[in-house]
Structures are given as C-alpha cells and as structure tokens.
Design a protein around this ligand. Sequence first.
Ligand SMILES: NC(=O)c1ccc[n+]([C@@H]2O[C@H](COP(=O)([O-])OP(=O)(O)OC[C@H]3O[C@@H](n4cnc5c(N)ncnc54)[C@H](OP(=O)(O)O)[C@@H]3O)[C@@H](O)[C@H]2O)c1
Length: 284
Amino acid sequence: MQRIVIFGHKGQLGKDLVKLFQKAGCEVVGYDLPELDVTTPEIYKLLDDPAPDLVINSSAYTNVDLAEREIDKAFLVNEVGARRIADLSNQWGAPVVYYSTDYVFDGMQRKPYREDDIPNPLSVYGRSKLAGEKAVENYNPRYYILRTAWLYGPGGNNFIEKMISRAQTAERLEVSNDEMGSPTYTWDLAQMTMKIVETKRYGLYHATNSGECSRYQWIKACFEHLNISTPIIPCSRTKFVLPAQRPAYSAMDNRKIMTTIGWTIPSWREALLHYLNRRGEDNK
Ligand SMILES: NC(=O)c1ccc[n+]([C@@H]2O[C@H](COP(=O)([O-])OP(=O)(O)OC[C@H]3O[C@@H](n4cnc5c(N)ncnc54)[C@H](OP(=O)(O)O)[C@@H]3O)[C@@H](O)[C@H]2O)c1
C-alpha cells in the first residue's frame, strides 16, 4: 500500500485527491489550516513520521484579486510554502506534485499554451505561482509541476458555483465572451495526477480538460444543463473592473500529459456535465 501525504487536503482539489487515492487503496495523510501552516518551519517536524511514497501540494493562496493587496501572504504560501514542501519531500526521499496556473501567461498568444511557451504573469497571484514552480524545481529534482486552469470541484467557491448562486436572485447575468480558457474539473485533475506519478516521468505539464471556451460558453452550457432560466448576456471582459489583471486568452495545450499518461482527457464540456450530475447527487 502506498502512503501519500497531501497538503491542502480540505480545498476543492484536495478533497478529490483524497477520495481518488483512498479509492485506489492508498493510505492518505492530509494536512491543512488551521492544524498546519505550510509556510512555517513547523512542517519539518513531519520528518519524524514515516516517509511517504509521494507528497502532493495542493495548498495555495488562491484569491487572485486579494493577492494584489496581500502580496507578501500570496508569496509566502505559493512560493515559500511550496519550497518547504519540496524540501521536506526531498528529505523524505519522495517525489512532489505542485499545481500551478494558466495565469503564469500574459494571454497575448492566440493558440493554446504549451509547456515551452514563455511565462509572463500579469498578476501577483501568477507571479507567486511561477516563483513556486522555480522553488519546487530547485528543491526536489523529482517533481511534477501541473499547470491547471479555471478549476472547479465539490465544495469550492469557483466560478460555476458563483454564477449558479447569482442566478437565483439576478434578473440576468452578464458573462464575458472574450476571455478564453480551459476549464478543469478537480476529479479529472486528480486522475491526471495519479496517472502521471505512476509514469515517473518528472517535469512540467499542462494539466487541464481538453478544448477551450469563453466564460460565456461555459456558463451557458452549465445553465442549459441545469435548466436555469436566468438569461445570460455575452459581454466584454472590460466591463468588469477587477484588481488583478487576467490573461484574455489562456487556453492550455494538454497533449504532453495526454501522451505521457495514455489517457484521452475529457473535454471541458464532458467534464462539466459530469460535475453537474455529481453535484445533483451530492445535493439529494
Ligand atoms: N482555483 C482555480 O481556479 C485554480 C486555477 C489554476 C490553478 N490552481 C491551483 O490548483 C491548486 C488547487 O487549487 P484549489 O482551487 O483546490 O484551492 P483551494 O480550494 O483554495 O484549496 C487550497 C487549500 O490550501 C489551504 N491553505 C491555504 N494556505 C495554507 C497554509 N498556509 N498552510 C496550509 N494550508 C493552506 C486552504 O485553506 P483555507 O481555505 O483555509 O485558506 C485550502 O484548504 C492550487 O495550487 C491553485 O493555485 C487553481
């Protein structure tokens, strides 16, 4: 039986990681706030515990807009925390998984971003995650850096849940149709994680559901499936003045991970329907 340590196991991705690895018969040990803060040297006390076979870091500072003000905090969790976890896992002799983001790119490209495209983050969040990538590479040679995007999963305060909740009171919703990305379902990302660590092919991967869509197309598909009648009006992203700048185009090319793991990664639309059906089951 494999022993897996997951940092950030209470987050939306963390929950699905726990579920999937337990289902596969692994012993899963999870750490999260408030019991353990990954930014403190306290985490080295874990070296007294039996060494795991794998360390997964899904802890993160994920509030993209607040990060513009809480710069130190964002870097503390996303860079310093990532460094400590990479170092700890290296001392344990275990590989480490770190999740990064499409927001490391500036969105000037008009074709899906590949692993060899040059990052140029527009926001504090994007810069802090890129700094985390570098820290992981420097502190544990056996790393998997999985860049994901527009993540949603059970219990998360994600874009889908925000729109569904707003639709209950709003007469109509305006959603941008000029912001393109690759929405990704946590359950599929958890599966990509399990499959890539089995290959022992360390490195950087773009790990998203397949295809691309605008936020408008995404929410339209969601509301159609749920029979939500609130009208959705396509608009320009420039209508929303937010503290953090986001890339206008950040679709990701996931062919490298797809070929490496030999799994046809579901499209964003298939993944969305899977999530919405499961959400219905969870709410019964
Ligand atoms: N969400 C997205 O759209 C998105 C997009 C691209 C990439 N990603 C990346 O994907 C990964 C998973 O994201 P997610 O959406 O699952 O995040 P999430 O739901 O915010 O979960 C992150 C978890 O980490 C915990 N955490 C924060 N600071 C911590 C600290 N100092 N010590 C220990 N735990 C701490 C959080 O606790 P609290 O809730 O108490 O803060 C939370 O339980 C992250 O690396 C994120 O950067 C996310």
